[in-house]
Design a protein around this ligand. Sequence first.
Ligand code: HSE
Length: 330
Amino acid sequence: MKENVEKPLAAKSIDFTKVLQQIRVFAPATVANMICGFDVLGFAVDFPGDEVVMYKVDQPGVRIRSIKGDDGRLPLDADRNTVSACVQMLLQHLGIQDDIGVEIELIKHMPIGSGLGSSSASTVAGLFAINTLLGNPLTKAELMPFCVEGERLACGHGHADNVAPALMGGITLIRGYNPLDIVSLPVPSELYAGIVFPQVDVPTRDARQLIKEKVLLKDAVTQWGNIAGLIAGLYENDYDLISRSMHDVLIEPTRAILIPEFYEMKRIALEEGALSFGISGSGPSVVAIAKGKEVAERAAARIQAHLDACDIESLKYVSSVNMGGPKVLN
Ligand code: HSE
């Protein structure tokens, strides 16, 4: 590393002789909004998720070596790809962009534009990988603003309800954005998500443009009562209160029109005993929130069977809440 007294404190703590040669990181998919908490609540799931393999190379700079599983949809140009752009931002922040070179393999295990936080999982995997490679100069809280910037690059808006749970694991509340104030919430142990992705493309950018900017006060009162009720239910481990609270009167009525068979899927999930049912993130994935794996499995299986009967292809994932966030794979 070149001597430079201007470099941030964290950069000075990097021992370049100990930087790892290669690392493979997995970061999880997420269910943003958690039905009633638009842009402020989200949780991580165990799978699917994305992987980043990062290699230290001699030539300084950040490059994309390959992307798998994206059907050629993501840019290989390092300035335009969200993962590499965020890694570059981090190196610049540390003042070491001329001192280190990395190449990235991105392996996508989940569909793009699915409402499962696809771009967030990739960005979090990339940022976690570079930070670990460098010997952890930044804490997870310090990495968070870079993750949010990645979301802004990916879809034009810097919401944190995918990246926060993907990075922290568990259920997170974005108490505030300016400045970012992220709170980890308790996770009831039997909480499961039965997720179904009907294979239609709904880009977050488009799904956000649909939403009305103004809401009625009576709807806002309903919504913040529900958010507060959900959070109280999580603290109290009270599944009835969680169920009563997970309703969205602000966003779902507008976005549901983008999702085929939405109300029939909801009817099926509730009939199977789900605590709640709604849109995962900006859709089109939908989620049945359940107490216990069996209910989540049954709800997701019947929803998928219904979509099959309608000739709509779909993918299904059943998972508990992921508690760890990103992890290093051997
Ligand atoms: N809160 C965001 C939205 C999540 O609903 O648009 C996007 O995945």
